[in-house]
Design a protein around this ligand. Structure first.
Ligand code: FAD
Length: 418
């Protein structure tokens, strides 16, 4: 594929967006250990079936799926793998989408909405099987998730959502105020509790997937992609070093830093804030270590990690400038503590970590995954909202199918230009 024509409409000036960088500030409690990586030194150029740009959780799932298919894969990351947004994630692995089933059904019809929910439920089951099949040590654990009504909501505020979930055969149970108080010691007008969710350490999950991919021959190039070139049957990624990687497909797993030729009408970058406490005494933990999230705007979510630290996040705001986001950290941390104390006053709120990050979401709560309209050799995956890791897994299945020439009708649900 040498001599690929360089199309000036497509070739992006691909430097980090100065408004949203750094993508995260402060520190999440995940380990910062840096396992040895098979770094490939490129002199001039290289070729492969698929080049994956970005070695966060999206790139890691994609590399695992593609190398299992026997594809030759080169990954390119401008920083250490898994240290982008993935290192900021609270890694609540939910099959419930940010947009409720009722709202999604209003937008797309009940059949399509329930299939989308069912797809996420199945994805989490498969993700768990993958983690255990590959023996990835990432504190993966199945958990229930608890979706709380807002404190001033009507007692029947979640009834329609529960009814829709049952109609869609989803494993959801409605709790009245009294039942919620009795089962979880939380005071809200109502809640929905579901099985099938999970938690993990996101950095160790990404590292584990990368490790398996490297064992199967994938290699990492430690460089930044600064330009792209596309032709009829292939594409090339141009690196800052001047080296060029030619491939049949380019996977754009660059998180919230998509090149400008990837359409983004549905996508917006907001800011989000998180804190972690010191480990809690076991007697203070709420039952079943459920993943808790709230039907409020701005919303609140929380879980315990494997060391019994309470992770609390939310308070999202429409701010895309990193400086403004960082300056709000003390105020947002205090607000997260105040809101959680209102829900569970028995917890200790000695904050050990606080961090803020850019966060990408879409108007309908569905991710953007698929071929890039004007550059079909490029496949982009981003815009996941709060279900980042579930959607990253789904993206990897779609990417593997597209590369194998097995596109399915339902892929259009996530199309970049839907
Ligand atoms: C605070 C916070 C909490 C979250 N909580 C949850 C949660 O509880 N559950 C959940 O499922 N999801 C959650 N998410 C979402 C989830 O974490 C993200 O969707 C996911 O981590 C995105 O992973 P990624 O691999 O797509 O991007 P990233 O992890 O950002 O990886 C992108 C990689 O691409 C590299 N890169 C970018 N541009 C280039 C270039 N030009 N050349 C070379 N390399 C490049 C970067 O260096 C980076 O390593 C949360 C996100 C945040 C920010």
């Amino acid at each position: 594929m040498s001599g690929l024509p360089s199309d000036p409409r497509l070739n992006a000036e691909f430097s980090p967006n100065p408004r949203i960088h750094p993508l995260r500030s402060g520190r999440a409690p995940w380990s910062d250990e840096r396992p040895p990586l098979p770094i490939l030194e490129l002199r001039g150029g290289a070729g492969c079936d698929v080049v994956i740009v970005g070695a966060g959780i999206t790139g890691a799932f994609a590399a695992e799926a593609l190398t299992r298919q026997g594809k030759s894969v080169l990954m390119v990351d401008r920083s250490f793998p898994g240290r982008g947004s993935t290192a900021a994630s609270t890694a609540m692995l939910l099959w419930e989408i940010d947009t409720s089933l009722v709202e999604l059904a209003e937008r797309y019809g009940f059949t399509k909405a329930s299939m989308l929910y069912g797809r996420c439920l199945a994805a989490l089951r498969e993700l768990g099987e993958l983690v255990s099949g590959l023996a990835i040590d990432c504190n993966f654990a199945a958990r229930p998730s608890l979706y709380l009504a807002e404190s001033d909501a009507q007692p029947d505020s979640l009834a329609a959502e529960q009814e829709a979930r049952l109609r869609a055969n989803l494993p959801s149970t409605h709790l009245s105020m009294a039942e919620l108080q009795q089962s979880f010691g939380m005071s809200r007008p109502a809640a929905l509790v579901v099985s099938g969710a999970a938690e993990a350490d996101p950095v160790r999950l990404a590292n584990g997937l990368l490790h398996r991919s490297f064992e199967r021959g994938a290699r990492l190039v430690a460089d930044a992609v600064v330009d792209y070139q596309f032709a009829q049957n292939g594409a090339a990624a141009v690196l800052a070093s001047g080296a060029v990687i030619e491939a049949r497909h380019i996977v754009l797993a660059t998180g919230y830093d998509m090149p400008s030729f990837v359409p983004s009408d549905l996508h917006r970058i907001v800011s989000t804030w998180c804190i972690a406490t010191l480990p809690q005494a076991e007697a203070r933990l709420w039952p079943h270590r459920a993943l808790v999230w709230e039907a409020a705007d701005p919303y609140l979510y929380a879980r315990f990690d494997s060391q019994d630290r309470l992770l609390i996040g939310g308070e999202d705001a429409a701010i895309s400038v990193a400086d403004a986001r960082e300056s709000l950290m003390p105020e947002k941390a205090a607000r997260l503590v105040q809101r959680m104390r209102g829900l569970q006053p028995q917890l200790e709120f000695d904050v050990s970590h606080s961090w803020s990050a850019a966060f990408g979401e879409t108007a309908d709560g569905l991710p953007l995954i698929g071929r890039v309209p004007r550059a079909p050799q490029a496949i982009a995956a981003y815009g996941y909202g709060g279900n980042g890791i579930t959607f990253s897994y789904i993206a990897s299945r779609m990417i593997a199918a597209i590369v194998a020439g097995e596109e399915r009708q339902w892929f259009s649900d996530f199309a970049l230009d839907r």
